[in-house]
Design a protein. Structure first.
Length: 203
């Protein structure tokens, strides 16, 4: 990978990390705010702080400052490995299984707004069509076969045609070849040695 593609992938990965971490920190802050309001424990703490006076208040502010500083420190840098990133993402990654592939790929395209910004992991064959990279599976419907897949954006590397790959990325809407469509913005692309189920039955 060279030139503009390398730069765009790097920017995409850094942007993704920033967005994900900000969402995580917001969620943590919200949980903390909920614990501070109305619960018996928080009411007990409030009563205790009233009896402690100014010194207790100062101590509380100091502890809060330490927590805020820790929260602001980045969990991963831009050069984090794929394994480190996947571990951090954890349950945020939605797996597209063999059984859900046909329905989900179709829905990504029809109702992109419902999935935009969410992280999905998909396995399939690498395919180039009209200069556009795709991750695909072959769909078998009776005697007919068709290819169904998602266009990929920001590839970290270019696999060989037909290679079996695993892509973790963000569903979004973007322009490819002058047409606006649903696509998968690649965060991690992993070539797999063992091929999965290349053909899926539509029935």
């Amino acid at each position: 990978m060279e030139g503009e593609d390398a730069v765009m992938y790097k920017i995409s990965r850094v942007f993704f990390l920033g967005v994900f971490l900000s969402i995580s920190l917001t969620a943590c802050s919200s949980a903390g705010s909920q614990n501070l309001s109305g619960s018996p424990a928080s009411q007990g703490n409030a009563n205790a702080s009233e009896t402690q006076g100014v010194s207790g208040s100062e101590e509380s502010q100091e502890e809060q400052g330490k927590r805020d500083k820790q929260a602001q420190e980045p969990l991963l840098g831009a050069d984090a490995t794929d394994e480190e990133l996947l571990e951090l993402l954890g349950d945020e990654v939605n797996l597209v299984t063999d059984g859900s592939y046909i329905e989900l790929i179709s829905d990504f395209k029809k109702h992109t707004e419902n999935y935009s910004g969410k992280i999905y992991q998909i396995e399939g064959a690498y395919h180039m069509e009209d200069g556009i990279p795709y991750i695909t599976r072959t769909i078998v419907d009776g005697d007919e076969k068709s290819v169904q897949g998602m266009p990929l954006k920001y590839l970290p590397s270019e696999p060989q045609e037909g290679d079996w790959i695993q892509v973790t990325g963000v569903i979004n809407e973007g322009e490819i070849g002058g047409e606006t469509m649903a696509l998968l913005e690649v965060v991690i692309l992993k070539p797999l040695k063992e091929q999965g189920q290349a053909e899926l039955s539509a029935s």
